[in-house]
Design a protein around this ligand. Structure first.
Ligand SMILES: C[S@@+](CC[C@H](N)C(=O)[O-])C[C@H]1O[C@@H](n2cnc3c(N)ncnc32)[C@H](O)[C@@H]1O
Ligand SMILES: [Zn+2]
Length: 283
């Protein structure tokens, strides 16, 4: 069952900011109040991938890979982080803790949530945020659901695409994106979407794998890309430039091995600037 306070924050991913309501049919679903599309709720997880989108061909590959590795992800990810990316897995927990703390009584969005590996350890019953996790991979979400069963508070999982999030504009107080951005087919579009979902003075943080940090990591990232798994990954500065182009202010970063941790804010200064055309770049 979807909690009313969560439902209030959701919208149709195809019709900007149009609310969805619980359907009255035999099978549970959410219905868009504008286009009338039905989003099925499967085992408590609404499937809110926009129906009318022409997905980027690379996104099939990324989704398939995520479904395949979901079973071993909890074991392989920390090992790779230590051995290949040269970043202690504990750093993710630290960053997660900070990001969740910033949500206070607002919405905390984890996008992508994966198997919930980083989120689960920091959720305690003294947090009063509404916690939502989105991911495109069913297998990742089902693993996360199992992991979250024993948590003291609810985490609402949603199947969604990070570049068309089913969240109303300004609904999210703190958005965390750990190791997702480097795998998204159109990072600039995703960053704009993250920005849209944040409330005024909301926080954005996360991490991404970047090149030019260690030879071993570069060798792996090059192979990933050669097999079409990830789009082009460049230096931390490149990603920072993309974040600034998406209007984030107070952008900071630090790198640990091949992992870049970043943070930014949606501030007054950015909101008062003239809007850029969707594909324009600030320099
Ligand atoms: C490396 S995992 C990171 C998961 C989690 N944040 C963590 O740190 O453990 C990348 C995740 O991104 C998800 N993903 C890839 N492309 C996506 C998209 N366009 N929209 C939503 N999720 C996506 C994959 O399904 C996968 O679960
Ligand atoms: Zn709609």
């Amino acid at each position: 069952m979807i909690q009313p306070e969560v439902l209030d924050k959701l919208c149709c991913p195809s019709c900007a900011d149009t609310p969805v309501t619980l359907g009255s049919g035999r099978r549970p679903d959410l219905v868009c109040q504008d286009c009338g599309h039905h989003y099925p709720i499967v085992e408590g997880i609404p499937d809110m991938v926009a129906p009318d989108r022409q997905p980027h061909p690379a996104s099939y590959r990324t989704e398939t890979l995520a479904n395949v590795i979901a079973g071993v992800y909890d074991f392989v990810a920390p090992l790779m982080s230590m051995a290949i990316w040269r970043c202690s897995p504990l750093r993710y927990i630290d960053h997660e803790n900070r990001a969740l703390g910033r949500a206070r009584s607002g919405v905390y969005l984890e996008a992508p949530v994966g198997t919930g590996l980083a989120l689960a350890p920091v959720v305690t019953d003294d947090h009063d945020a509404i916690i939502i996790g989105v991911d495109k991979s069913w297998n990742m979400l089902l693993k996360a659901q199992k992991r979250f069963e024993n948590l003291p508070v609810d985490v609402q999982l949603i199947r969604a695409d990070c570049d068309h999030l089913p969240l109303k504009s300004g609904a999210v107080r703190s958005l965390q994106s750990l190791n997702g951005l480097h795998g998204f087919s159109d990072r600039a579009a995703t960053l704009r979407e993250f920005y849209r979902c944040l409330e005024d003075d909301g926080f954005f943080s996360g991490s991404a794998l970047v090149r030019a940090q260690t030879d071993v990591a570069d060798a792996f990232l090059e192979r990933y890309e050669r097999y079409g798994i990830y789009p082009m990954l460049r230096s931390p500065e490149f990603l920072l430039q993309e974040m600034r182009s998406s209007d984030f202010e107070q952008v900071h970063f630090e790198t640990h091995g091949a992992v870049m941790f970043f943070s930014g804010e949606k501030t007054d200064e950015a909101r008062s600037r003239p809007q850029l055309e969707p594909n324009a770049r600030a320099v």
